[in-house]
Design a protein around this ligand. Structure first.
Ligand SMILES: [Zn+2]
Length: 157
């Protein structure tokens, strides 16, 4: 019987610990504990909960693009927060710099300057096919991505 008792008491203290965590769920501190798991590694290192008051959670984003990512993921985030037991009714997102963010996200930098981004570079007419395409592509390659692909294919043949 002795062997059975120990796991039971271990489980007991484990549940106690869980309850303690549970009690913190109405607070920002409790939410911060879970934030990395809920938001995922990328989002959590660039976006951080700023305040939680009366069910209104404000999340600060380090960069406009992470703000966009948050807005896009808002329904899923809200659902995940609720599922984890946090008393969040509304999710508000703002541009914020509460602390040093990891700025080594090369992916974001690549995307920020990606030639295919029409919102960054604007639209222009391709010199070869005449189709409207990203000005960023035209600037780099002198043609649109389709003409560039065509050119690469022809080179390989
Ligand atoms: Zn073209």
């Amino acid at each position: 019987m002795r062997a059975n008792q120990e796991p039971a008491s271990a489980l007991g203290s484990c549940l106690e610990g869980l309850q303690k965590t549970w009690q913190k769920k109405g607070s920002l501190a409790g939410l911060l504990n879970d934030w990395k798991v809920i938001a995922g590694p990328q989002l959590s290192s660039n976006c951080s909960p700023v305040s939680l008051q009366r069910g209104v959670l404000i999340i600060g984003a380090s960069h406009p693009q992470w703000r966009q990512a948050l807005l896009y993921n808002r329904p899923q985030l809200l659902a995940a927060l609720k599922a984890a037991g946090h008393k969040v009714r509304v999710l508000k997102i703002q541009q914020h710099h509460p602390r040093e963010y990891k700025t080594t996200d090369s992916e974001l930098k690549v995307w920020a300057r990606h030639p295919s981004r029409i919102d960054v570079h604007g639209i222009a007419k391709c010199n070869l096919c005449g189709n409207p395409s990203s000005a960023g592509e035209l600037e780099i390659w002198g043609k649109c991505c389709f003409c560039k692909q065509k050119e690469l294919k022809e080179k390989n043949n």
